[in-house]
Design a protein around this ligand. Structure first.
Ligand code: C2O
Ligand code: CU
Ligand code: CU
Length: 514
């Protein structure tokens, strides 16, 4: 099936059988359907439901809330060997009504992989679904043949063993998620995502006894039966932003901490496409100490908020002097209206987590002045330019609506059979990511991490404020982002937009490291 047919089919399915019939609009005209889809779009970020829509989307008051925050328990690893079953599961999110059907990773102990630098892990994955899947170890520089990219499907009913040699100096917060050809967004939207921590034996924050906590954010789109909704056309264009935000799989849970305690929080945005502008409020500032590739050279100055793009991670230290809430503030990542004037969602502030104080006050901890050395990548031998663009056309054909929607890199859509270029192992390259669109795209590269050099906006280039190892960088509309990257292992590597819907619709490329 070529891309054009794929898109046309999915559009007609969505309109004619999916949305239309479920909403009871099956006999309406096409124009009406488009109108209703516009309303659906307006709902995505939790704006007030209109009467017609209220029957289909969840009202968050239906959800169980205020439960104690759950923490992840580590997977049992026996001499580095672990087993994951990718299989259907359920979660009771509704106060009243059926459990939510999810796609899930199941494992003995728990789904968090918690390991040390230089460990060798051997993880067996069994696929219990009726379609191909893969497991990609996001951000970890593992051998290309264990990277879980789309060329390595695990067929339904089959097993694959991944060998993960966790690199030296790679301590940080990672995650794993599916990456099959054109099904990544669907599978992730249904629940497939889990955290992965790599530790160092000499971590300056652990040495101080700072307690740590992992907060993984997901953003499911639920109907009023508590079930995951199909990904609509609007969501394919703008990404699934979800109508609720879960923290560690819970809706608005409660975290109890001792007064004055300082926590190291590992923040992981595991949503398909929801930008999270996180804040505990002005009295509870965040001190960022790490990015995707682990600790920074030194703590940054205190800030009141932090933007976490899809797939991005950050480590922050927070001292809880008073009870507070963690909120997601409005963020405008742009909007495609499908040429139909589909209404842009009203983005309101969401409460994600409540923090209450309990017990005896603890005494304040001073963060170390330095955390970890980061060597700047040297001079680049090669410069590469990646221009992100969109292409959307609508028309009528044989009385049917036809839509072409493509998300492109250098005017090309992803092709499994095309290798976009070749690189040399150990050679530093400068990549320029030019966002020629009207929305943000978080850009990710597999394999080695990169160091962001500068961000250019309105022809003004600003040096990136600090040195850090990253594997994803948000490119805002019309920005150019430059980073240096070096691959230390040979083999095939993907690069793509981490709005997973865009990735599935072609905003991805692949290159060979020789
Ligand atoms: Cu997390 Cu290729 O992606
Ligand atoms: Cu990745
Ligand atoms: Cu994108």
């Amino acid at each position: 099936m070529n891309r054009r047919q794929f898109i046309t089919n999915s559009l007609s399915v969505t309109i004619a059988y999916g949305l239309g019939s479920r909403l009871g609009f099956a006999n309406d005209t096409m124009a009406d359907h488009m109108q209703h889809m516009g309303n659906m779009g307006a709902m995505n970020s939790g704006s007030k439901p209109t009467a017609a829509i209220a029957t289909t989307e969840i009202n968050p008051t239906q959800l169980v809330n205020s439960e104690p925050l759950k923490t992840f328990t580590p997977m049992v690893l026996d001499k580095g060997e672990g087993m994951i079953m990718a299989m259907p599961a359920e979660q009771q999110w509704l106060k009243k009504g059926a459990a939510t059907a999810l796609w899930s990773y199941m494992s003995e102990g728990g789904t968090l992989i918690d390991a040390f630098e230089k460990d060798r892990l051997s993880i067996q994955v069994m696929n219990h679904f009726n379609e191909d899947t893969t497991v990609h170890w996001h951000g970890i520089e593992v051998a290309s043949d264990s990277d879980g990219h789309p060329h390595q499907p695990i067929k339904s009913g089959k097993t694959r063993t991944y060998t993960l040699d966790l690199p030296e100096d790679s301590a940080g917060t990672y995650w794993y998620h599916p990456h099959p050809y054109q099904r990544t967004s669907y599978q992730a939207a249904h629940g497939l995502a889990a955290p992965f921590i790599i530790r160092s034996h000499n971590d300056p924050l652990t040495a101080l006894g700072i307690p740590e906590l992992l907060l993984m954010f997901t953003a499911p789109q639920l109907n009023d039966q508590g079930q995951i909704m199909d990904i609509s056309m609007i969501e394919q264009m703008n990404g699934r932003r979800g109508n609720v935000v879960m923290v560690n799989g819970q809706y608005q849970p409660v975290l109890s901490v001792a007064p004055n305690s300082t926590y190291r929080l590992r923040l992981l945005n595991a949503s398909n496409a929801r930008y999270l502008r996180l804040s505990f409020g002005v009295n509870t500032p965040l001190i960022q100490v790490g990015t995707e590739g682990g600790l920074l050279e030194k703590p940054l100055s205190a800030q009141n908020e932090l933007l976490l793009a899809p797939a991005e991670r950050a480590e922050v230290c927070v001292t809880f002097k008073e009870a507070t809430t963690l909120q997601a503030l409005p963020y405008d990542s742009g909007w495609m209206d499908g040429g139909m004037g589909w209404a842009k969602p009203v983005d309101s502030t969401l409460t994600l987590l409540t923090v209450e104080l309990k017990g005896e006050p603890t005494k304040a901890i001073n963060l170390p002045e330095t955390l970890r050395p980061i060597t700047p990548l040297g001079e680049a031998k090669v410069t590469r330019r990646f221009v992100l663009s969109e292409n959307m056309q609508m028309g009528m054909k044989d009385g049917k609506h036809e839509m072409t929607m493509e998300f492109l890199i250098n005017k090309k859509t992803f092709d499994m059979n095309r290798i976009d270029f070749e690189s040399k192992v150990g050679e530093v390259e400068l990549w320029e990511i030019v966002n020629n669109t009207d929305m943000d795209h978080p850009f990710h590269v597999h394999g080695g991490h990169f160091q962001v050099i500068s961000i250019e906006e309105n022809s003004k280039e600003t040096p990136y404020p600090y040195l850090a190892w990253k594997d994803i960088i948000n490119t805002k509309k019309q920005q150019t982002v430059r980073f240096k990257i070096k691959q230390n292992l040979t083999g095939l590597r993907m690069y793509h937009c981490h709005v997973l819907e865009h990735e599935d619709l072609g905003m991805m490329g692949q290159y060979n490291v020789l």
